[in-house]
Design a protein around this ligand. Structure first.
Ligand SMILES: Cc1cc2nc3c(=O)[nH]c(=O)nc-3n(C[C@H](O)[C@H](O)[C@H](O)COP(=O)(O)OP(=O)(O)OC[C@H]3O[C@@H](n4cnc5c(N)ncnc54)[C@H](O)[C@@H]3O)c2cc1C
Length: 464
């Protein structure tokens, strides 16, 4: 591929402009990985489209010359999705970052894919609206749709799949389609929006999104609940959600995470398993919800339940959650990061979580548990030494155990991070014959296999 590089970049400059094409070392390196430990290739060239038309030009060129294409949002993925395992063109959409339309009466916005979640929420404030899907990173909305991201608020507002109304997509042959109308419901045709959400750049490039937005509620209260032991903490979370208390967030931090955060931020929270909970609604409704949640938590052995009402204090509290990963990894300079991401039916969460916690202790893997426990989804964040074969093997074996256990409980290998490179090996086990249907869809839409090859369900296995 190396002798072709000058031609490839020159051709792309002809199609776009010199400032939109880069083969600079640091740019290629930046586009060869995400925030995970996965490595295994780099792009030959990175392009920065500024419009749908730019994307169409690049894709048509790539299809004509059968060059692999990898869409790139903000590169915060955790499963190596953006690693260009067969080189080619990395399409970085960060310059497509305009909010194109806000329709407060329809609770809809139209955005380009490079707009980030925080950027959108900042712009929506003046309309009294917000976009609810809240991963811990300030990811691009295109990347969030492509991975079906979710996060702290999913228990109340759903994942990306529940909050995308329609997508504009450039298909692998350069055609542009709109996946759905703007109607709130439709029985017309296959659900293409749901297909492209979660497709991880393997079926096309998302170039515009119509997203559902929500009114900012009258009252928000957050609470911190501390427990003596991990099991009681998980039980309380499932009991609160199971009782139908309409929490808008309920997040679990194991004591290892609290200790890491204390060190990282120089604060002094009690080092015990902790639930961070948020309630939204009317003044009166929220008070009733908080009382009920506290009662349930105390029944499960809660040691302390304190409220956080003013906005600044609430933001500080959620900062603890959003910084959990960085705080944990800060303790292990030079090590790589792996995150498990299983999701199980809610009633099985205590089983799955305590199994993961017990096996951490037994295997000596350096990990800590954090969870979107209202959805049955939790992560073990793991620090691993990618240069130490024994450590890699131990961590992979641990991850595999967690996944197999979750599948036995009726769960999935990935609740929100996606498959990328890291979870490909579980696809056959999780999906059985349905995997052949997915492969048929991939072959029909991308017969030349140019879109993010070697990922998700692609038979072209990646070396990583
Ligand atoms: C600290 C931290 C916390 C996190 N917390 C969460 C969490 O709570 N919940 C959660 O779900 N995730 C979480 N993540 C993972 C990550 O932020 C999400 O997966 C996010 O959706 C990735 O978005 P991105 O813009 O960074 O996409 P990238 O990493 O750039 O790309 C991800 C995938 O999407 C594809 N893609 C990107 N843009 C497009 C496009 N326009 N069209 C087609 N395909 C595209 C790429 O090809 C790739 O396959 C976290 C990550 C970090 C680092």
């Amino acid at each position: 591929m190396s002798t072709a590089i000058p031609t490839l970049a020159d051709d792309l400059v002809q199609l776009l402009s010199p400032g939109q094409v880069s083969t600079g070392e640091s740019i290629l390196e930046q586009h060869s990985h995400d925030e995970s430990y996965h490595r295994g290739g780099r792009p030959d060239v990175v392009v920065f489209p500024e419009s749908t038309e730019d994307v169409v030009k690049v894709i048509r060129y790539a299809a004509e010359h059968r060059i692999p294409v990898v869409p790139f949002g903000t590169g915060t993925g955790l499963e190596g999705h953006v690693v260009p395992v067969r080189g080619g063109i990395s399409i970085d959409v960060t310059r497509m970052n305009r909010i194109l339309e806000v329709r407060p009466d329809d609770f809809l916005v139209r955005v380009q894919p490079g707009v980030t979640k925080n950027q959108l929420n900042e712009a929506l404030k003046r309309y009294g609206l917000f976009f609810p899907v809240d991963p811990g990173s300030d990811a691009s909305l295109g990347g969030m749709a492509a991975t079906n991201a979710s996060g702290t608020t999913t228990v109340r507002y759903g994942a990306m799949r529940d909050n995308v109304r329609s997508l504009q997509v450039v298909l692998p042959n350069g055609e542009v389609i709109q996946t759905a109308s703007l109607a709130a419901k439709s029985s017309s045709g296959y659900n293409l929006t749901a297909l492209f959400v979660g497709s991880e750049g393997t079926l096309g490039v998302i170039t515009e999104l119509w997203l559902k937005v929500h009114g900012i509620p009258e009252k928000t209260i957050a609470a911190r609940a501390q427990f003596n032991d991990f099991q009681s903490c998980v039980n309380a979370a499932t009991a609160i959600v199971g009782a139908g208390v309409p929490v808008s967030r309920i997040e679990l931090l194991s004591q290892e995470f609290v200790a890491a955060f204390n060190k990282y931020k120089g604060v002094d929270f009690p080092v015990v398993p902790t639930l961070l909970i948020e309630f939204r609604g009317s003044e009166q409704g929220v008070r009733i919800d908080v009382e009920l949640a506290e009662e349930i938590a105390r029944d499960e052995g809660c040691l302390g339940f304190d409220f956080v009402i003013d906005e600044e204090a609430r933001n500080e509290m959620w900062e603890m959650r959003h910084n959990a990963l960085y705080a944990f990894m800060h303790q292990f300079p030079g090590l790589g990061h792996m995150s498990t991401d299983v999701c199980v039916p809610l009633s099985k969460l205590p089983d799955a979580c305590t199994f993961a916690q017990r096996r951490l202790k037994e295997t000596g893997v350096r990990g800590a548990i954090v969870g979107h426990v209202g959805d049955g989804n939790f992560h073990v964040s793991i620090a691993l030494d990618t240069n130490d074969h024994a450590d890699l093997q131990r961590v992979h074996a641990y991850n595999e155990e967690i996944v197999h256990h979750a599948l036995k409980l009726g769960g999935t290998c990935t609740g929100e991070h996606g498959v990328g490179l890291g979870k490909m090996k579980y696809q056959a086990l999780e999906h059985g014959p349905a995997l052949a249907v997915m492969r048929a869809i991939k072959a029909a839409i991308d017969p030349l296999h140019i879109m993010n090859p070697g990922k998700l369900i692609d038979e072209v296995q990646a070396a990583h």
